[in-house]
Design a protein around this ligand. Structure first.
Ligand code: URA
Length: 200
């Protein structure tokens, strides 16, 4: 698939999300659906948990304090937001920022897999334990952060691919916690090297 085709397919997926064509209550109760945004050909795809108040207002992912921090960390490895693709497991804000339920996560997965299948990123980066645990329920973020994982993913079309993943602490959790912040910065700095290893 060339870039134009990928962009068109991602836009079609985003339109289904914007039209609230996902079978969960949240899709109706939120202000603005948040499909995700960025480079359709991205090597890095970042996956957070669910939109918060600011994201709900703007219809874009990671726009608040944690998004600002994410942008700074991307800059620190010579990347801009537009170079990567940023999205969430759940595309609609849960009321009062509660954690999404298992049913809401389950209903959200097919469309996330469609996004992965179009972008085919070299590395999927989990922002926080919640998104990591959707893919790897048994892992603990305190042990898994900063370590590359190879896993099998069954895509929406039934094809299986080997996908590389990297769990990181959530920027919101690390923002005001000195030691977690340093750990996250250290893990983030490893991304270019991890990417090089994958490409070899
Ligand atoms: N936290 C998330 O997990 N996702 C966002 O989009 C914003 C904050």
């Amino acid at each position: 698939m060339n870039l134009k085709q990928k962009q068109a397919m991602l836009e079609a997926i985003a339109n289904r999300i914007i039209n609230r064509e996902v079978e969960i209550e949240l899709a109706q109760s939120c202000l603005n659906p948040v499909p995700g945004e960025g480079n359709a050909d991205a090597e890095l795809m970042f996956i957070g948990e669910a939109p918060g108040a600011k994201e709900d207002k703007l219809g874009q992912p990671f726009m608040g304090a944690s998004g600002k921090f994410l942008g700074e960390m991307l800059n620190s490895i010579e990347l801009k937001r537009e170079d990567v693709f940023i999205t969430n497991i759940v595309k609609f804000r849960p009321p009062k920022n509660r954690d999404p339920s298992q049913a809401e996560i389950k209903a959200s997965m097919p469309i996330l897999f469609e996004q992965i299948a179009v972008i085919r990123p070299k590395l999927v980066i989990f922002l926080g334990r919640h998104s990591m645990n959707v893919f790897f329920p048994k892992l603990k973020i305190s042990e898994a952060h900063g370590e590359r994982i190879e896993g099998e993913v069954v895509l929406a079309d039934g094809n299986k691919i080997i996908q590389n993943f990297l769990p990181l602490y959530h920027p919101a959790a690390a923002l005001y916690n000195g030691s977690m912040r340093n750990t996250l910065l250290g893990d983030f700095a490893k991304i270019p090297h991890v990417l090089e290893l994958i490409k070899q």
